[in-house]
Design a protein around this ligand. Sequence first.
Ligand code: ADP
Ligand code: MG
Length: 688
Amino acid sequence: MTSFLYTSIQNIKYFGPAAIKKLLRLKIKTVGDLLYHFPFRYDDFSNFTPIATLEPNTQVTIRGTVVSVKNINIFKRRMTLTEAIIEDGAGDNIKSIWFNQPYLLDLFKAGRQVNLSGKVALNKKHLCLSNPAYEFVNKDPLHTGRLVPVYPETYGLTSRWLRLCVKPLLRFVDKIPDILPDELKKIYRLPGLNYALSQIHFPDTIEKSETAKRRFAFEELFILQLFMGMERLKVATKNAPMVNFDERAAKKFVASLSFDLTEDQKKSAWQIIQDMQKNQPMNRLLEGDVGSGKTIVAAMAAYLVALSGQQAAFMAPTEILSRQHYEKIWPLFNQFGFETGLMTSSEAKISGNAVPKKELIKKIEAGKIPVVIGTHSLIQKNVAFKNLALVVIDEQHRFGVNQRAKLLRQDNGLIPHLLSMSATPIPRTLGLTVWGDLDLSLIKKLPKGRKNIITKIVPPAKREWAYDFIKGEIKKGRQAFVICPLVEESEKLPVKAATKEYERLQKEIFPELKIGLLHGRLKPKEKEKIMAAFLNKEIDILAATSVVEVGIDIPNATVMIIEGADRFGLASLYQFRGRVGRGEHQSYCFLLTDSPSTATNERLRAIETAQSGFDLAEKDLELRGPGDFTGVRQSGLPDLAIASLTNLELVQETREAAKKILSESPSLKNYPLLAAKVAAFQSRIHFE
Ligand code: ADP
Ligand code: MG
């Protein structure tokens, strides 16, 4: 019965066409999908309460005999009311009512034994049960008289209905072979599949449901770890181009900079250099706070690649950011006689001059451009590097595994070294799982002389004060950002909201100042124009949606107001704030919030006091759960796996377990059940 989990529900006689259609709405196609559709909580209907002791507004389960039943038509309200009187063993009785289910009349035959679970209501001084769950007494109750599973009820599918779907399948679970090898179950004290499936759906006790849940959390993280482990093994069998290290030239490069590198920058650069000299592909993440100077470390690595006669691709998530990197980097390389290319979907440049895109591509393919900076149009099929040795991905949390995989396929046979950079620290648990086996370089200290950004939560009453503060700064010659509130995804109108905010600022608050508007719908050229105008101080205040989140450098901007700050994740807020405080002047960030909730304020206070993005990311994970980390929620990971990503112990155990299994059987040949599950997993996930 290997295939039972993968059996289509269409082949189960029990499910008619209507049921199949309903289940498909939940993306349930196979028996396995249904059995792995877990309840998210349980109602405890396990204890019967004597009718004599019922109290209003309590959840109860009673057991009794049907004394009488009738339907009442309420014509005015076009409603049918079914009324049954139930009497328990002690001879007490209670009325129970249901709305618009006239067929109940036929079920509630006098003399039948029934369990009812629900809330006790007080109706005209009499206690009654309103719309309770009912179940006629049998050996094996589903909806009453036990711990009753409650499922996520989407698309109008009720828990009652889902229970009826799941229950009959559980009779066959002892025929399903367990995918977890026995030795793992022993080491990590996990229950078997059959037991766990029964207990997660219809637990005998809450403790047993917890044990079952732990097993499935283990299973799902374990599959994820196996997947990551196998990917890793694939890469490990390939060679990387070795990069020559010329120490004297490296020193000359460092000496040419207008500042001294910090200790952390030096250390990171050194780690990268050592990796690149090997023929194993580097997979290193350079983590450093906003403004910590990651770009120059990556630029140095690219420079060494160029010196060694190879090529480097430097990718950023947006055109603006690519251009900003380009403008900084090309003159640096130019002084050493290297040409630097810029390639985005809208333009192509070589050493500062615009060129036809075709020409740039040709030169890249001929290996004449050692360093190319650009957006992901760099990894499109039509660009083939001659000898790509290094790929740098800036703001890596925005690039998914897929894009990375594309890049890695680029070079025939050889896999380039990969350096990713992020200011959003990846919490340790996520680093170990979703992003696999990364080596880390940390830049912990900012360059000398940076000032802290003064950050304050501003309640609605003080809004005017914040606006006056902006006016004062602008009078001093500074500039400001206003970050528009995040609108609910479902509204899909961030542009409209930003436009409204922009108009309000321009007409009502700052009529005498020049305001610009930046949002994601603008064409890249328009965005560039606005950013250029802001940089040239033709605009005093830039109202922007979250598109300013990454990278942009405007040293003269000293104030930022973040509207609806409570709607953003801490990591995003932290990134926004990093847009100010990039010059010599004292900078300020005001978090505007209308939310009086203390949880919100706790979150915002974390950023008020945070001096490092690292503490903050851990805090964010703790407060909001990993679902809010970019890419995780959309990844297609099972909910239970996502919820368990914060469980460091489980993450480590599953990682250990995956290593053990893969060391015995790297392609899972000895574990066909696991191999099938990993394949199913792979087809389902998509890291954005
Ligand atoms: P991030 O790490 O956020 O990408 P950047 O690389 O953009 O930061 O660096 C921010 C600014 O700091 C840049 O203007 C850069 O030239 C400057 N910078 C980098 N390293 C140093 C340093 N060691 N001393 C002083 N300024 C530096
Ligand atoms: Mg950067």
